[in-house]
Design a protein around this ligand. Structure first.
Ligand SMILES: *Cc1c(COP(=O)(O)O)cnc(C)c1O
Length: 427
């Protein structure tokens, strides 16, 4: 067990001595006026800190949590699996949890479409796998000239070098440009070129770009993109790392426009927000292109140590079964409507310029009380989120867009309280 005798001050001091946090200016992190919460517990949509405060998990612990924290069914699945087998290599071996999860995942898509599951660890690696599979498939299918990708401005697909190649946010990726896969970028489907003979695949976050500030695509974008790809023999890669597993109101965002991609990248909510796990699914025809005698060199030489980890797969399987036993998707619709009402009311606040919603995902653009935008350097979004913590809401902004993306288990009362906390923070 952790040394629970240590004080909160001691934990924070130790953190500042030895840690380096993601996406974080560590000089600001070490400002003694801005102590971070030390999270020590979670139950349902709530998190508790070492000082005994409880917070509504307003961004599902960075878009990962689905049925609530420490859900008994997922905890039981993890414990049960951990007692039996912790990990065994997926190279040269297999395990029941990974097999059963893959069977379940394949069943979530229309029959005979996405039939092959490749495991990795995170959203970035799920995207990386799709990109590399796409390139290699072209080589194997005699189209080596199809060696570049198309991606969208403001896209976010992860931080490993391959996934970052197709990202479109300068702050994150600009520094490493020139060390990336070849990529063309467009702002919208209207800008897609007519000729695409050298394009292997287009990658997109369907319905909504998360890290861009919860930016919604116009209706029909995904359908148009699929048609554009089909007319030119270009693969469609959907990054459903954020949108997957009910977040948009359907199991997957692509269902809203009846689109099936050639590759789909899944992570974040796959394990219900408990353990790192990712899956890239693709079609039987792409899979078949890689078949041959070992000497033909068609093998997909890619993998990670924890590929198919049984504990993570058991957690994911329990997560998916909860969608059935708790009828999660059906219970979601009234919550989505409820959130829509709350956002409409919040728009009357002088400091709210606009709100956007896709299922249980919301972005709230904040401005000064006189309606003018805050200078980016003021980091006002972060300041509002710090204030919201005082009223029991934990979330993070994307610049001056406050993100509300509650776990799917959140109750209407909890949603009321979260939006009220945000209102008080803005006041
Ligand atoms: C978070 C995210 C990723 C990256 O996932 P990691 O698990 O952080 O590597 C990729 N794509 C989208 C759309 C995401 O939201």
């Amino acid at each position: 067990m952790l040394d629970s005798g240590r004080t909160t001050e001691d934990w924070i001091a130790a953190d500042r001595r030895v840690l380096w946090h993601p996406f974080t200016q560590m000089q600001a992190w070490c400002d003694p006026a801005l102590d971070p919460p030390v999270i020590v517990g979670g139950e349902g949509a709530m998190l508790t800190c070492s000082r005994g405060h409880s917070y509504f998990d307003g961004n599902s612990s960075i878009w990962t949590n689905i049925h609530g924290h420490c859900h008994p069914a997922i905890v039981a699945a993890i414990c049960d699996q951990a007692r039996r087998l912790d990990h065994a290599s997926f190279l040269g071996g297999t395990n029941p949890a990974a097999i059963a999860l893959a069977e379940h995942l394949v069943r979530l898509f229309p029959d005979g479409t996405l039939t092959r599951v490749f495991y990795s660890d995170d959203g970035s690696t799920a995207v990386e796998v799709a990109l590399k599979m796409a390139i290699q498939a072209r080589q194997l299918l005699g189209e080596p000239h199809r060696n570049r990708f198309l991606a969208f401005d403001q896209a976010y697909h992860g931080d490993t070098a391959g996934a970052a190649s197709v990202g479109g946010i300068q702050t994150f990726f600009g520094r490493f440009e020139g060390m990336h896969f070849p990529v063309g970028r467009v702002a919208s489907v209207d800008e897609l070129p007519d000729q695409a003979d050298d394009v292997t695949a287009v990658i997109v976050e369907p319905l909504i770009q998360g890290a861009a500030g919860m930016r919604l695509w116009p209706d029909g974008t995904l359908r148009r993109l699929r048609d554009w790809c089909d007319a030119r023999g270009v693969y469609l890669i959907l990054d459903e790392v954020m949108t997957g597993f009910g977040r948009t109101g359907k199991m997957f965002a692509c269902e809203h426009e009846g689109v099936v991609p050639d590759f789909i990248a899944l992570a974040k909510g796959l394990s219900g927000g408990t353990l790192p796990l990712a899956a890239t699914l693709t079609t039987e025809s792409i899979y078949s292109a890689f078949l041959g005698d070992v000497s033909e060199g068609k093998t997909f030489y890619y993998g990670h140590s924890y590929c198919g980890n049984p504990i993570a797969c058991a957690a994911a399987l329990a997560n998916l079964k909860l969608f059935e036993s708790e009828d999660t998707l059906a219970s979601l619709q009234p919550k989505i409507t409820h959130l829509r009402g709350l956002l409409a009311k919040l728009e009357a606040h002088p400091r709210v310029a606009a709100t956007r919603q896709c299922g249980l995902i919301a972005g709230i653009d904040i401005v000064a009380a006189d309606g003018t935008p805050h200078p980016a350097a003021a980091l006002e979004g972060a300041r509002v989120c710090r204030q919201a913590m005082r009223f029991g809401l934990l979330t993070r902004p994307v610049l001056d867009t406050i993100v509300l993306m509650p776990p799917l288990c959140a109750t209407p009362t909890q949603l009321d309280a979260a939006v009220e906390a945000l209102r008080l923070a803005l006041d």
